[in-house]
Design a protein around this ligand. Structure first.
Ligand SMILES: [Zn+2]
Length: 189
């Protein structure tokens, strides 16, 4: 649960620490605004992937060949835990169902559960993979994320447009390069 009063105090302190006048017109509501914004962008701490993935449907489709479900280009925004700056991009989730599937919007909701926290991209990717793998009992899951980290692009090495790509495989995708290749081919379509 976000402690809004504490966030407001901290933001006021930050403003004066960087040499700002926290009482000037443009800044006087900023601590409150940031506190309310944090409730939204850090809502993932209060959220639960197992709930998001709990409504499942039966499917006839099983087995590796042709049984891949791919939800691609799920946009996400998260915050890096090293600098508290945003990183954002796309997540692609592929899974091979074992008789159970979920509504596609639930996969996007699952991404939000883990993105709306302080994160590193590697952990974000593997938490999504673990959630889909265990909650759905999928035969295999492959999660690929590509993102721009503003801590790399607006400061430090300043290389705008640099994309960081991470991948997490579970189950059948762990050792089957051909199966992984099928997903990568689908991502190019
Ligand atoms: Zn960072």
């Amino acid at each position: 649960m976000i402690d809004k009063e504490k966030v407001k105090e901290a933001v006021s302190m930050l403003l004066s620490a960087i040499g700002e006048d926290a009482s000037r017109e443009g800044l006087k509501d900023t601590p409150d605004r940031v506190a309310r914004m944090y409730e939204e962008i850090y809502a993932g701490y209060e959220d639960d992937a197992s709930e998001r993935l709990s409504r499942q449907f039966e499917t006839e489709e099983t087995g590796a060949a042709g049984g891949i479900v791919l939800e691609k280009d799920i946009t996400f925004y998260s915050v890096c835990e090293h600098h508290m700056l945003p990183f954002f991009g796309k997540v692609h989730i592929a899974y091979i169902p074992d008789k159970r599937i979920v509504g596609l919007s639930k996969l996007a909701r699952t991404v939000e559960v883990f993105a709306r926290r302080l994160q590193v991209q590697e952990r974000l990717t593997s938490q999504i993979a673990d959630a889909v793998y265990s909650e759905l009992g999928a035969k295999g899951v492959l999660v690929i994320a590509s993102a721009e980290h503003t801590c790399m692009t607006m400061r430090g090495v300043k290389k705008p447009g640099t994309q960081t790509v991470t991948m997490s495989a579970r189950g059948l995708f762990e050792n089957d390069e051909a199966l992984k290749g099928q997903v990568l081919a689908l991502l190019r379509t």
